[in-house]
Design a protein. Sequence first.
Length: 536
Amino acid sequence: MEMEKLVSLCKRRGFLFQSSEIYGGINGFWDYGPLGVELKRNVKEAWWRDMVSGHDDLTTMTGAPEPYEMTGLDCTIIMHPQVWKCSGHYDLFHDYMVDCRQSKKRYRHDQVVGRWVEAKGQKIFATAGSDSDQPEADIERHALKFFGLRTKQADQLKWDGAMVSLTTVDDFSQVLGPDAKELGTLTEPREYNLMFKTIVGALGGEENAAFLRPETAQGIFVNFKNVVDSSRVRVPFGIAQVGKSFRNEITPRNFTFRSREFEQMEIEFFCHPDASPQWYTYWRNRRFQWYIDMGLSGDKLRLREHDPDELSHYSTGTADVEYAFPFLPAGEFGELEGIAHRGDFDLRSHMEGKLDPDSNPLTLELDENGKPLHRGSGKDLSYRDNLTNERFTPHVIEPSAGADRATLAFLCEAYNEDEAPDEKGKLQSRVVMKLHPRIAPIKAAVFPLVKKDGMPEVAQDIYRALKKKFNVFYDETGAVGRRYRRQDEVGTPFCITVDGESISDKTVTIRHRDTLEQWRVKTDDVVSEIDKLVNG
Ligand code: ATP
């Protein structure tokens, strides 16, 4: 599937719009339209239902060491700045960027694949092949323009009729002549913190600086004690949160995949240190299976265990659920969710006096009195098991998912083109979004076959009865085949048609979006039938 087709469908049918589009848009920000908002809400609700509200506390889930409880939280986006100092984000949450003095553009360091050079009286941006990343489209365009190339292959550059392979930048002089000199107009890579800064209070200065959260997880850690004290949860248990996060990404791209404002669905699962390896395996498998259950196909989805050298210093295991997004080069996958064994790193970092410079790098920076600069909260965040009386700092397994990335993966997977017969039986091409019924924005559409003979009245009654439970759509305009196709294109799994027979025998037709199968049910049974089809 070409990504352009999906992007254009999303705009045309109201799934996704560029934020502030009438003012030219703002890079890295996206709005969900009338159908997009339903889709994303359904994704978040399915996650919440499957992980939290529908979780059975009494039963041992397949692969879990024992039964466990789940509960939720909704924390603020702006928190005490000390949260980010203790979490490590203030010091360590950065990327590297380089500025191009020539074009005044900014790139992530790993996206720069060429240099500015002067040759034959011209300043040119000479690109070289890169193993690590695709050349940025505008660098490539620039290079193509200067080199007069028709090929998109930046490592086969044509200059004065000579075909030269440029795999390293040292080759430029061979291509451009001995007088070519490098202008060196890219700055050295610089660290760049990804947190958005703001000022709290009308008269606030730098001392009142605060940050928009770059993840929802920290709100859970700092409320750990509140949750334990206010509810009757016992370890092992999980706290879940869904909400906005903000990262000032240097180069947001690939539609909503890398945005500056996005939503996360995170769980912090607290368990006894001895049982933590089993819980890590459980969550890794459970979260992977969830994407399969929601319709992502096995060959485009993978669970990738991190190599030991990729792991954070505190993690004994991390795995990513990854999807082969169509905008990525063949064979490459993009992260949908990370599942990490975080040990007791986070709770320890938010406690005071437990910060041991030997094992916690956050405390290496000391103030003038030799005290850790980023001191913890001073609160005891350890846990006492009141059955065994054991006191310990729980270990944490963190499944951290992105609602926008999951939604994008579901959209990519759903996009299909095939043929379906029109009302005369003639095959017509159609675009069909094969979204899982649970996340489809519209669950059913109700059509009277024609606008007469009592059919609209019956159809409207069915529409109203369904509307009490589901988002459904009523349409009486145009040929019925066209109405079906409009619903196929937005992923509506079921269309209900009221025809002449409906008036006499009180039955209606239900049509299945994917199989095109049609069957009749009693008008009175439509609501329960759709409920069964959508919710199983
Ligand atoms: P990446 O390496 O792609 O930047 P990450 O490893 O920094 O991602 P995490 O910090 O583990 O991501 O965040 C957890 C999840 O939040 C990711 O798996 C992803 O689904 C989502 N997420 C993170 N950054 C973004 C973003 N800029 N836009 C949309 N979703 C994001």
